[in-house]
Design a protein around this ligand. Structure first.
Ligand code: PEP
Ligand code: MN
Length: 329
């Protein structure tokens, strides 16, 4: 639980000397994070002291919260800032398939004005018989294209053993929905200095997403971009249900940037532009969208991938929305 206290360092140290705490300062207040069970030990002294301003029992994460930091976190990725006034667009194929496919897509992504290239090398697929990605060969191709075209790249990590490689070669390390609660992976990513794109689990609550961010942050890495990518509901017309409410709720609870992935939520390309517009209108800091030179030939997630012409159209349409909500592309 968290206690927000008036600043009186001596008094606070006296009251809490018997228990293990995490202590921070924000906006002239002292914030104490303690175990719920320990509250009874200090309760009397706290209430007598007149220092207590606020107490939150249910919210046990601290670092992603606005209690820890009020102002929005802006993450810089080679000059592209996520979380500021500008809306960012990450685009690229679900999976790296070949050098030519990645290069041509990346060229189109750059031409469209999008900021970052996405491309999966290791693909967590529901079926073991589906294309699993090119693996390390895919990372090599990403590296080549990134160096040639000078565009920052994000790709998904699926194993702790690859952290060093990703730290060296990748600009933004993506943690996919299926690994949002892979706590050993989160802890190790906390020890890197790399921006992490943390996607919401398919059946995870907003607080569970923020708690996953806490795992990374409390291990030392505060460069996190959250991603709403749809959750599992009873609706079958879409692959997942895009939780638009998550955007303003996360903005209220957290200082971290939040982007939206309309592709995995929709599961069909017709919905990508409307969902992207809704995301920006609701306050998202950007979108990540699957884009392929020939979507119908894609080895992974073709149905939900848009082509390069549609990406151009998407950029124009979200620019109008961005302007309407006081932001820009
Ligand atoms: C992806 O980005 O290609 C992906 C697998 O996404 P998610 O983890 O959200 O399903
Ligand atoms: Mn995909």
């Amino acid at each position: 639980m968290l206690l927000v206290l008036k600043k009186n360092v001596e008094e606070v140290n006296r009251i809490f000397k018997k228990i293990k705490i995490n202590k921070f300062e924000n906006n002239g207040k002292i914030i104490i994070q303690i175990k719920n069970d320990d509250f009874a030990i200090v309760e009397k002294d706290i209430l007598k002291s007149n220092l207590l301003e606020k107490i939150t029992r249910e919210q046990e994460y601290l670092k992603p919260s606005r209690i820890y930091k009020n102002e929005n976190t802006i993450i810089d990725i080679k000059g592209t800032q996520i979380g500021g006034k500008k809306i960012i667009v990450i685009a690229g194929p679900c999976a790296v398939e070949s050098k030519q496919q990645l290069l041509q897509t990346a060229e189109g992504v750059i031409k469209s004005g999008a900021n970052i290239l996405r491309a999966g090398a290791f693909k967590p697929r529901t079926s073991p018989y589906d294309f699993q990605g090119l693996g390390y060969k895919g990372i090599e191709l990403i590296k080549e294209v990134k160096e040639k075209l000078k565009i920052p790249v994000t790709t998904e990590i699926v194993s702790v053993k690859d952290i060093e490689l990703y730290e060296r070669e990748i600009d933004v390390i993506q943690v996919g929905a299926r690994n949002m609660q892979n706590f050993e992976l989160l802890k190790e990513l906390g020890k890197t200095g790399k921006p992490i794109l943390l996607k919401r689990g398919i059946a995870s609550t907003i607080d569970e997403l923020l708690m996953a961010a806490e795992y990374i942050m409390t291990n030392g890495n505060e460069n996190i971009i959250l991603c709403e990518r749809g959750i599992r509901t009873y609706e079958r017309d879409t692959r997942f249900t895009l939780d638009i409410s998550a955007i303003p709720i996360i903005k209220k609870k957290s200082h971290l940037p939040i982007i939206v992935d309309p592709s995995h939520a929709a599961g069909q390309r017709e919905l990508i532009i409307p969902l992207s517009k809704a995301a920006i209108a609701a306050g998202a800091d950007g979108i990540i969208v699957e884009t392929h030179i020939k979507p119908n030939k894609a080895l992974c997630d073709g149905k939900q991938s848009i082509d390069l012409n549609t990406l151009k159209k998407l950029m124009q349409e979200i620019e109008n929305i961005a302007r309407a909500v006081g932001r820009s592309l």
